[in-house]
Design a protein. Structure first.
Length: 202
């Protein structure tokens, strides 16, 4: 296929309901969690549906598990399916004809409900025990947790002078002589860099 280039084919627009959250590989888990918990706890929506396809499936499962540990009493039902996607290819050399290829992509839909669901469904799960649910304010991010940038920290250096740098929320010791300005470890205070927004589009 090195003599072809893929062209985007228009896809039919499907309306997304308020309680449906579509998860992608580019979206941040904390954004999905924030939106889902606001639906369940603030807007009192009885159920939400997390949907994803392909490589975003594992992120969807992780998101559902975190939500279940933040909101008590959630029943779960998981369904798996697949869909066919047709890709169009245009030749970049003369004498070749356009091509179309079809690929099958796995899909997942996880329903989290405050109301009981069908216990006979294949993907049914009971709510988690109360001792596994933690209703507390915490920050979830992809790769870093509790990251606060922009603070300043002080620590005693091994040698003369003091180490001065920007903190990352942990306590540590600096090394060096004299007075320096650099990145370091120490007690920090600052604002979380991530602005939580609602990302729901595929």
């Amino acid at each position: 296929m090195d003599r072809y280039q893929r062209v985007e084919k228009p896809r039919p627009q499907v309306a997304i309901s308020e309680h449906e959250i579509r998860i992608t590989t580019q979206g941040l888990i904390r954004n999905y969690i924030s939106y889902a918990t606001s639906l369940l706890q603030e807007k009192k929506v009885p159920e939400i549906v997390l949907k994803a396809m392909g490589q975003a499936i594992s992120k969807t499962v992780a998101t559902a598990e975190i939500i279940k540990r933040k909101v008590p009493g959630l029943y779960q039902n998981t369904t798996l399916s697949s869909t066919s996607i047709t890709d169009a290819w245009e030749p970049i050399e003369e004498g070749l004809l356009p091509l179309e290829t079809t690929r099958h992509v796995s899909m997942i839909a996880i329903t989290l409900s405050t109301m009981p669901l069908d216990e006979n469904a294949t993907g049914y799960q009971d709510p988690l025990p109360d001792n596994q649910v933690k209703q507390q304010k915490s920050v979830f991010s992809d790769g870093l947790r509790g990251d606060s940038r922009g603070g300043r920290a002080r620590g005693r250096g091994n040698g003369r002078g003091r180490f001065r740098g920007r903190g990352w929320g942990v306590t540590g010791r600096g090394f060096g002589r004299g007075r320096v300005q650099s990145w370091g470890y120490g007690r920090a205070s600052g604002r979380d860099p991530g602005n939580v927004t609602n990302e729901m589009e595929v």
